[in-house]
Design a protein around this ligand. Structure first.
Ligand code: UDX
Ligand code: ADP
Length: 462
């Protein structure tokens, strides 16, 4: 049995950071180096002020406090970390390609490829290379080819095994998901390497939760799981629109549908469209893969899930314009929430980006609030627009002051508990609330004289 003593994780992002923190917590005898080319990010991971970690994740600061400097280290020194490691996790970004073949659909693998080349050059002895980032099916083949191109494994100095170990954590619940996963998937061909990785997880995960598959099943399972989850959201979002025109209520429908044990009640919350770094990218990867193998009907089937997602964002923006008399010039709109979901500071693919851009293009001035997203992130996401068209304010009540409407885009708990009587004294009239997360009590707000449009709520038509 290979005993892993030193791990290197390349990529200190939303996946690499929390995952390595949890491994460090449960494996005190393993030394872990998390490395990144982004020095600013590494400096934030090393910040003594734990509220400044680059990733906001409930429970993470406590773990970092306990293990950082002891068996978990963050640095930019890739060379030493790779050289010393028995196992290297690749946890770098794999966004959608912006140009060339497969643009808009397939993943841009330049960062993964760069990692494979670095590992190939620097590693010493036998190194187990683990794919952690979500990757298109058959990426392991690319990694292997690069690793073995310079090392035919007859070179006694170095040899490699490649494993796929996709991460299923969701942001906002990453620590909980890592500490008690539904399953751990290990795909590979080298049983010894697979057992070595399993041995790490056995420190806190039970045996029956650890699944061994071949490499391609592991890669495809990750894409499929995300595609199925995203499909449920597009399904419920499509029904939310039917609720609005028929007088049905999406929360009642979701509850009734989800009570069927075969369907289940998870992932049936209608919203302003799914965001996050994975869903769209993974479905588009599946679409690209299907087309590549001539499975056009399969590609079209999955493409529809993404189409509905665009449509949902767009129709919300149209509902807003319609209710504000078709004109947003000289109107101020408060945006409550910019993160793609609550309990994260991540804005990747957040529906807030497209909705805000559309509202600004329509002539509105936006006042934006979020509890964890920084002004810098919002500025990056809205960089194509005039800087005078929006403003970020850290206090939620300041954002709402003297506005014509408010749009709730992220389901932060605190938005449910706002002082509506106070708000009612300081807004322009008529005032509209657009609740795209269905978190507010409509009757209570109507009694205070607000107009309210709630996603999937058939009472919108009254
Ligand atoms: C997802 C997968 O859940 C996770 O297993 C995978 O490893 C990475 O991708 P994440 O994107 O972090 O995780 O968050 P998730 O909770 O899945 O939410 C994704 C998006 O769907 C969010 O925008 C969220 O608001 C939306 N969503 C989720 C809904 O609109 N309704 C739901 O019922 C659930
Ligand atoms: P994820 O959500 O998958 O964790 P992130 O974008 O949050 O994605 O993190 C990926 C990290 O990988 C980034 O901090 C980026 O700087 C880092 N990275 C990308 N390529 C390399 C590389 N070749 N070497 C080291 N770090 C890299």
């Amino acid at each position: 049995m290979i005993a892993i003593k030193k791990i290197c994780c390349i990529g200190a992002g939303y996946v690499g950071g929390p995952t390595m923190a949890v491994i460090a917590k449960y494996c005190p005898n393993i030394q872990i180096q998390v490395v990144d080319i982004n020095k600013e990010r590494i400096d934030s991971w090393n910040n003594n002020d734990l509220s400044k970690l680059p990733v906001f994740e409930p429970g993470l600061p406590e773990i970092i406090k306990a293990v950082r400097g002891s068996n978990l280290h963050f640095s930019t020194n890739l060379v030493d970390a790779i050289k010393n490691a028995d196992m290297v996790f690749i946890s770098v970004n794999t966004p959608i390609k912006k140009s060339g073949i497969g643009a808009g659909q397939s993943s841009d693998l330049r960062w993964v490829e760069a990692c494979a080349r670095q590992i190939s050059k620097i590693a010493l002895g036998h190194t187990i290379v683990v794919e952690k980032s979500t990757l298109p099916v058959r990426t392991a083949k690319t990694i292997k080819e690069i690793l073995f191109a310079t090392n035919d494994n007859s070179n006694k100095e170095k040899s490699f095994s490649v494993l796929s170990n996709p991460e299923f954590l969701a942001e906002g619940t990453a620590i909980k998901d890592l500490e008690s996963p539904d399953r751990v998937l290990i795909g590979g061909e080298d049983l010894e390497a697979m057992l070595a990785l399993k041995d790490i997880y056995l420190n806190w995960v039970t045996d029956e939760k650890i699944i061994f598959t071949n490499l391609w099943s592991s890669e495809l399972s990750k894409l499929s799981a995300n595609a199925f989850l995203a499909q449920r959201i597009s399904s419920i979002n499509s029904i939310s629109a039917i609720c609005e025109v028929t007088g049905a209520n999406i929360q009642e429908v979701a509850n009734a549908v989800g009570r069927d044990k075969r369907i289940g009640d998870k992932f049936l919350k209608a919203g302003p469209a799914f965001g996050g770094s994975c869903f769209k990218k993974d479905i588009l990867n599946l679409v690209y893969l299907s087309k590549y193998y001539g499975l056009d009907q399969v590609a079209e089937y999955w493409e529809k899930v993404v189409d509905i997602n665009y449509w949902q964002k767009n129709r919300i923006y149209e509902e807003i314009v319609k209710r504000l008399f078709g004109n947003l010039f000289d109107k101020k709109i408060a945006i409550l929430g910019f993160a793609f979901k609550a309990n994260t500071n991540d804005t990747r693919e957040s529906p807030a980006i497209d909705i805000c851009k559309n509202l600004i293009n329509e002539g509105a001035s936006l006042l934006i609030h979020d509890y964890k997203v920084s002004e810098k992130s919002i500025a990056k996401d809205l960089s194509s627009l005039d800087v005078n068209s929006w403003e970020y304010l850290p206090n939620v009540y300041d954002v709402i002051m003297e506005t014509d409407a408010m749009v709730i885009l992220t389901e932060w708990d605190a938005y449910k508990k706002l002082d509506w009587e106070r708000i009612s004294l300081h807004v322009r009239r008529p005032f509209w609330i657009f609740d795209t997360r269905s978190i507010l009590e409509v009757d209570k707000l109507e009694n205070l004289g607000f107009n309210i449009w709630q996603l999937g709520n058939g009472s919108n038509i009254k």
